[in-house]
Design a binder for this molecule. Structure first.
Ligand code: GSH
Length: 333
C-alpha cells in the first residue's frame, strides 16, 4: 500500500516538474513584439475568448475597422478549461491571458494596445482616431478608463471602469464555474502565474452562486466595485452631455467607444444595467442604445454570446427574484 502511494507521489512529482518546464509563464509587456514570430496563415489573427471582456474589445475594434482576421478561440476556465495554460497557448502568450492580436505573425499584447495598433495599421488610420488634439486627448482618457490594467486590477478600481469590472463579474463567474469540474480548476493552482485567480475560482465553485452572499469578502468587493463604477458612470454622463453625443468625443465613433461598449455589455451580462442606467443619466441611456445599434456590436459581441454566459445571466436574474439574501447583496451598496 505504502509502496503504491509513494510511487504515485513520485510519478506525480516527475510529471509536475516536467510540465512546469514546458509551461513556463511570465508577464509580457504590451504592444507589438516584433522579435516573436508565430505560425500564421493570415495577415491578422486573433486569439480570443467569446466571454472575455478584452477579447470583445479587440473583436469590436477589428469589426469597426473592417479588418478580416483568422479567429482562434481559446477557453478560459469559466468557459470550460484553462486552455490559456496549455503548452500550445503559452507559445502564443506566456502571460496566459487573452486576447492576443497577431499581425504578420507578430503578437501584440494588451487589448488597449491592440486597439491603437489595429487603428494605426488599418487602411484608414483616422477612422476611429480623431485628428483634433483635444478630442484625441479625450479619446485617450476614455481608452484608459475602459482598460483592465495590471495583474491585480482590483487594486485600482477607482482609476478605471475596466478595473471595476472584475468585481462586478463575480456573480457571473460563480454561475459559470459551477458547471466546471473541480479538477480542471486545480490545473490553475498547479500552473497559473497568478495562483490567487485559481483560488478565487475554486472558492466560487465551492460556494456557488446561491451562497455568494455568504462570502463576505466577495460581497465587500461587489459593493466597492459598484461604488467605483457609479463614479465612472457620473463622469461618462458628464462627458456625453458636454460632447453632445452620440459618442464620447461628439459625432465621431472612436476607440473610446469601443472600450466603453464592452463595459456596458459586461454590466448587461451581470444584470447590473438598471443600477447604472438610472433616469438621472439620460445621455448614458441613449448612448447604450446607440452602441447596441452598431454593426460592430453584432459582429464583436452579440454573435459571440456564449451559452454558459446566457445561462449565467438568467441564473442571476432568477436568483435575485427567489432569494432575498442574494438580492440584498446584489442591490445594496
Ligand atoms: N490587460 C489585459 C487583460 C487581459 C485579461 O485579463 N484577460 C482575461 C480575460 S478578459 C484572461 O485571459 N484571464 C485568464 C486568466 O487570468 O486565467 C488586456 O487588456 O489584454
Amino acid at each position: 500500500m505504502w509502496t503504491i502511494t509513494l510511487l504515485s507521489i513520485a510519478a506525480f512529482l516527475v510529471w509536475y516538474i516536467w510540465e512546469l518546464q514546458h509551461r513556463k509563464t511570465r508577464a509580457m509587456s504590451g504592444g507589438l513584439h516584433s522579435n516573436i514570430t508565430l505560425p500564421h496563415e493570415q495577415e491578422w489573427e486573433l486569439y480570443h475568448n467569446d466571454f472575455s471582456l478584452c477579447s470583445k474589445k479587440s473583436r469590436v475594434c477589428l469589426a469597426e475597422l473592417g479588418i478580416p482576421y483568422k479567429p482562434h478561440h481559446i477557453d478560459l476556465i469559466e468557459t470550460g478549461s484553462y486552455e490559456t495554460l496549455s503548452r500550445h497557448y503559452l507559445q502564443v502568450n506566456p502571460a496566459a491571458i487573452v486576447p492576443v492580436l497577431v499581425h504578420k505573425g507578430h503578437p501584440i499584447y494588451e487589448s488597449h494596445d491592440q486597439l491603437e495598433y489595429a487603428a494605426a495599421h488599418s487602411s484608414n488610420p483616422n477612422l476611429l482616431v480623431p485628428q483634433d488634439a483635444a478630442k484625441r486627448e479625450l479619446m485617450d482618457h476614455w481608452v484608459h478608463k475602459s482598460s483592465l490594467i495590471g495583474d491585480n486590477p482590483l487594486e485600482a478600481i477607482d482609476e478605471t471602469a475596466g478595473n471595476a469590472i472584475p468585481g462586478l463579474t463575480t456573480p457571473i463567474f460563480a454561475a459559470m464555474v459551477v458547471h466546471i469540474p473541480t479538477r480542471r480548476i486545480l490545473t490553475g493552482l498547479l500552473f497559473h502565474r497568478l495562483k490567487v485567480r485559481a483560488v478565487f475560482f475554486l472558492a466560487l465553485k465551492l460556494f456557488g452562486l446561491k451562497n455568494l452572499a455568504k462570502m463576505k469578502p466577495v460581497v465587500a468587493l461587489l459593493h466597492s466595485s459598484k461604488k467605483a463604477m457609479q463614479i465612472h458612470f457620473d463622469e461618462l454622463e458628464a462627458t456625453l452631455a458636454k460632447s453632445g453625443g452620440p459618442w464620447i468625443v461628439g459625432d465621431q465613433f472612436t476607440l473610446a467607444d469601443v472600450g466603453i461598449m464592452v463595459i456596458f455589455d459586461r454590466l448587461r451580462e451581470g444584470d447590473w444595467l438598471d443600477e447604472f442606467l438610472i433616469e438621472a443619466r439620460p445621455a448614458a441611456r441613449a448612448y447604450w442604445k446607440a452602441l447596441q445599434n452598431r454593426p460592430s456590436y453584432k459582429a464583436g459581441v452579440a454573435d459571440h454570446m456564449h451559452p454558459m454566459v446566457t445561462q449565467g445571466t438568467q441564473d442571476i436574474i432568477d436568483l435575485k427574484q427567489s432569494d432575498q439574501t442574494f438580492r440584498t447583496a446584489m442591490t445594496t451598496s
